[in-house]
Design a protein. Structure first.
Length: 554
């Protein structure tokens, strides 16, 4: 954002919420309510996957800057911390409460680590899934105390203090937070992992006070990236006041190349998502309408709340959700006994194919996306789309081609010149689909997508296969052969290309569209002047919409 646009847009205030992946929902509830004394302010579902709870904890009314949220996926494998993610969330605790919290946590049998950060004492403890939860003893702004909390009011947590991200390059975060969002850089200090730098949000309208003001990043060049799983932070949400301010930020972020998602209606706030170049997934969320919007303050967290578009499916959703009990209210929600579905882990993918995975663990997913990289690229490259799409219902599989190429010649070359490599590549897709079906995800719940050479391969597989896929996405691709026949039975296909793409001639793209359409596919084909050989936001939006439709039918 330029200085002129900053003058027209209020700086981001600070933290809104933090969303984490968990495993056992009851253990999660007991820790955040009974151990930390947070109120469970909302029980709802993952809007991208209504078979999963979305649990929210905060102060009495769930004001922004106090909200820790969790997606509990029973049986999920533990994540591994690393660069490109938020690794810790810190609460603000009264400065005089250090001894109280040290005694409380150790008395409960928890392993506690002490330390200092920017001159203030702190404690660190692991939640049941290994998420680092920190307490910083620095008197912060007051929050709305919850009278039923097991923590005495004089020792109650005061909402968020900060989050910590591990990054390859602090400069990229500085460009985002200071250059785009109006944060202030507060200084740096040595950390056990590297150099820690602190950035401060603007706070509230009362001269800068507020909860959740700080984002810390620790620079760890050359260190490995994290591996997502139970205990991993999915994203950190930053706070802005209203839809108008959010729209202004979305426009400026798009102009700066951050590729924010369209606005997502999360019922209690509106959200846009984007990644900075280290890999951390950020959200900008609005303060309104808030958690008391659909139930009285005194009843927050007592009812399973569903958005209007899921109400017709309430009996099915409630039957699928595991049983949980809120100890504050004695309320039991959900009907399925936990553990009735045995977990399946990502390492069960075909052993003969090198496959990278992301998103929801395989054993917990009902929908999947197979992503095929382009020539000279890698599985990790195409897998990065997972963050842009931000669809947590999906498990993502990205196979790696030998030598970074699925077949040696152009897709326009005679087929025999690309054999036997082309058949082997098609067999790779077939093997992954077979493995997914064995794990309970049939082909109609799978989206097959790719970029460039991978897009051509995806279209070719769909054209030849008799398996009815959930959908196909071809980002800068076209059919390899134009002689296949057979009814494609309404197969959803999205295709995008530049009119002057040097690798995908426009006439071949159009011929592929016409053939697929004539065979019964439901084709959305778009030509983007100026796209080059790349992917733009409109293509990602179309891909997201196609994938969301598959979730709705699964």
């Amino acid at each position: 954002m330029t200085s002129s646009s900053l003058s027209q847009t209020s700086p981001v205030q600070g933290l809104h919420h933090v969303t984490v992946m968990a495993s056992d929902p009851q253990r999660n509830i007991d820790f955040y309510t009974r151990v930390l004394g947070q109120r469970m302010v909302k029980v709802t579902v993952n809007f991208d996957d209504p078979g999963t709870y979305h649990l929210y904890y905060g102060d009495r009314t769930g004001q922004p800057g106090t909200i820790m949220t969790h997606f509990p996926w029973p049986g999920a494998a533990r994540g591994v911390r690393g660069n490109g993610e938020i690794v810790a969330t810190a609460y603000s605790a009264p400065a005089a409460s250090y001894d109280y919290w040290l005694g409380r946590l150790t008395g409960l049998g928890l392993k506690v680590r002490g330390g200092q950060r920017f001159g203030h004492p702190m404690l660190t403890v692991d939640d049941p899934d290994g998420t680092w939860v920190e307490l910083v003893f620095e008197d912060g702004a007051p929050v709305e105390e919850w009278p039923a909390s097991p923590i005495p009011s004089e020792h109650a947590l005061r909402g968020f203090h900060s989050v910590t991200g591990w990054v390859r390059d602090t400069g990229a975060v500085r460009e985002l937070l200071v250059g785009q969002l109006g944060f202030t850089e507060m200084g740096s200090e040595d950390d056990a992992e590297g150099q820690r730098t602190r950035f401060r949000g603007s706070g509230d309208d009362d001269g800068g006070a507020g909860v959740g003001l700080f984002v810390d990043v620790v620079e760890r060049p050359g260190q490995p990236r994290g591996s997502f799983g139970a205990g991993s932070v999915h994203h950190v949400a930053l706070r802005t006041r209203d839809d108008e301010q959010q729209a202004a930020y979305m426009e400026s972020l798009m102009a700066a190349g951050f590729r924010p998602t369209p606005v997502q209606d999360r019922q209690y706030f509106h959200s846009i998502y984007f990644r900075e170049s280290n890999g951390i997934l950020f959200e900008i969320a609005t303060d309104a309408p808030g958690f008391p919007d659909d139930e009285p303050v005194d009843e927050l967290g007592q009812h399973l709340k569903l958005p209007a578009w899921y109400e017709a499916r309430r009996p099915t959703i409630e039957a699928h959700l595991p049983r949980i009990t809120s100890p504050e209210y004695g309320v039991t929600l959900g009907t399925r006994e936990l553990g009735t579905t045995p977990p399946v882990h990502e390492e069960d993918a075909p052993s003969s194919i090198q496959v990278l995975t992301a998103g929801r663990p395989l054993g917990e997913a009902r929908v999947a996306a197979i992503l095929l990289h382009g020539r000279g690229a890698t599985a990790q490259d195409i897998l990065s789309l997972e963050g842009d799409l931000n669809l947590s219902a999906f498990t993502y599989l990205a196979p790696q081609a030998d030598g970074n190429s699925w077949y040696p010649q152009s897709f326009l070359a005679p087929v025999e010149q690309n054999q036997p490599y082309l058949d082997a590549a098609l067999a790779t897709v077939d093997a992954l689909l077979g493995e997914l079906e064995a794990q309970g995800i049939p082909p109609q719940n799978v989206v097959l997508g790719g970029f460039s050479q991978g897009a051509c391969l995806a279209l070719e597989y769909a054209s030849r296969s008799r398996a009815r896929l959930g959908g196909v996405v071809a980002l800068s691709g076209a059919l390899i052969t134009l002689d296949e026949t057979g009814d494609l039975d309404g197969l959803p296909v999205f295709m995008g290309v530049a009119p002057d793409d040097a690798h995908i001639p426009l006439d071949r793209f159009q011929a592929s569209e016409e053939l697929l359409r004539s065979r019964g596919a439901k084709v959305d084909a778009r030509v983007f002047p100026g796209l080059g050989h790349s992917v733009n936001t409109e293509e990602l939006d179309a891909m997201r919409a196609l994938m969301q439709a598959v979730v709705g039918q699964a």
